[in-house]
Design a protein around this ligand. Structure first.
Ligand SMILES: C[S@@+](CC[C@H](N)C(=O)[O-])C[C@H]1O[C@@H](n2cnc3c(N)ncnc32)[C@H](O)[C@@H]1O
Length: 283
C-alpha cells in the first residue's frame, strides 16, 4: 500500500474479532463478545505469537492488555476527576469497555461507533444481550468521512455540548499513515472544542528506533499490515514529537503515558514497553 490511505478501511475490521477474543480470554468481557472467527484467528496465530514471545520477548497479549487496561484507567480518571459523563468510543469493534463502564457508572452515557458493518454487528450483540438502551448505543461512523451521516460532526451532533466528553480510539490510528490520522485528529479537536471539556484518549505505537527489539518490532508491524491487507505505520519518534504533533492538530494539553511508568498495575513485558497512551485535551 502506498503512503496514501485507501478510500475505505473495511479491511481492518477482522482484527477486531481477534482482539475481542483476547479481551474475553483475559476475563475482561462476557462470551457474547466472542466470535467464531476471533477464536479461530487466535488459534491459528498462536504458534506465531508464541515464537515472538519466546524468541524476542514480544508478548502480543501483554502488549494488548497494557493498552486496554491503561486506557480503562485514564477513562476512569476522566470520569471520576474531570466529571466526564459522556463517552464516545470510535472503532469500538468487539471491545467490552462500553458494557463494563455502563455497568460501573450508572449515569454514564456511552456511544460506540464503527464502520457500518461492524456497528451493525455490535448493535445486534448488545441488543440480543439486552444491554442496549438510551444510555448505551452504537452508531455508524468512518474517521475518513469529512462530512455526511458517518462523519465525526454527525456523531457528535446528538451529544450534550454543555457537559464534558471523553473520546477513545483503540487499535486504530497506526493502521493509517500519519497525514491521514492527523487530519482526523484535527477534525476531532475542532469538534471537542465545542464542549465544556473534551478529552481524547488513544494508544499509539511510536517509531522507537533505539528500542532493543526495534528490528523484530518492524517485522511484527509489517506482518500485521500484511495480515490485515493494508499497512501499519509507527507514528512519531519520541515524546517531544508526539506532543508537538498533537498540538499542531489543535490539542492544547497533551500527556504521554508510558505503561512502564504508569502508576497502575499492568502486565509487564521483559523489554521496555512499545506503546504509549496519549491523553490530549482541547482546553
Ligand atoms: C483492531 S480493531 C480494534 C477494535 C477495538 N477497539 C479493540 O481494541 O478491540 C480496529 C477497528 O477499527 C475499525 N475501523 C477501521 N477503519 C475505520 C474507520 N475508517 N473509521 C472507524 N472505524 C474504523 C474496524 O472496523 C475495527 O473495529
Amino acid at each position: 500500500m502506498s503512503s496514501r490511505a485507501r478510500t475505505d478501511s473495511a479491511h481492518i475490521s477482522p482484527s477486531a474479532h481477534y482482539t475481542g477474543y483476547v479481551w474475553y480470554r483475559h476475563r475482561l468481557s462476557e462470551p457474547d463478545f466472542v466470535t467464531g472467527f476471533g477464536r479461530f484467528a487466535h488459534g491459528v496465530l498462536s504458534p506465531l505469537t508464541w515464537g515472538m514471545r519466546e524468541l524476542a520477548g514480544l508478548d502480543l497479549e501483554h502488549i494488548l492488555l497494557q493498552r486496554h487496561l491503561l486506557l480503562d484507567e485514564r477513562l476512569r480518571a476522566a470520569i471520576e476527576h474531570d466529571g466526564v459523563c459522556q463517552v464516545v468510543e470510535i472503532a469500538c469493534g468487539l471491545s467490552p469497555r462500553g458494557r463494563r463502564f455502563c455497568r460501573r457508572y450508572p449515569r454514564l452515557r456511552y456511544l460506540e461507533a464503527d464502520l457500518p458493518a461492524m456497528a451493525a454487528r455490535k448493535r445486534r450483540l448488545l441488543s440480543r444481550a439486552g444491554w442496549q438502551d438510551e444510555r448505551h448505543q452504537v452508531r455508524e461512523m468512518d474517521i475518513l468521512a469529512e462530512s455526511g451521516a458517518t462523519s465525526l460532526a454527525a456523531l457528535f451532533a446528538g451529544l450534550n455540548h454543555g457537559e464534558p466528553v471523553a473520546v477513545i480510539t483503540e487499535g486504530l490510528v497506526n493502521y493509517f499513515p500519519l497525514a491521514v490520522v492527523e487530519d482526523f485528529w484535527s477534525r476531532l479537536a475542532g469538534c471537542l472544542a465545542g464542549f465544556t471539556q473534551g478529552i481524547y484518549l488513544t494508544e499509539l505505537y511510536p517509531d522507537l528506533r533505539s528500542h532493543p527489539r526495534y528490528r523484530q518490532l518492524r517485522w511484527g508491524v509489517d506482518l500485521v499490515g500484511r495480515l490485515t491487507r493494508g499497512g501499519y505505520w509507527l507514528h512519531y519518534r519520541d515524546e517531544a514529537e508526539i506532543v508537538a504533533g498533537f498540538r499542531d492538530c489543535g490539542f492544547v494539553r497533551v500527556a504521554v503515558h508510558d505503561p512502564d511508568r504508569a502508576g497502575v498495575q499492568l502486565p509487564r513485558l521483559k523489554i521496555p514497553s512499545l506503546l504509549r497512551v496519549i491523553e490530549a485535551r482541547v482546553c
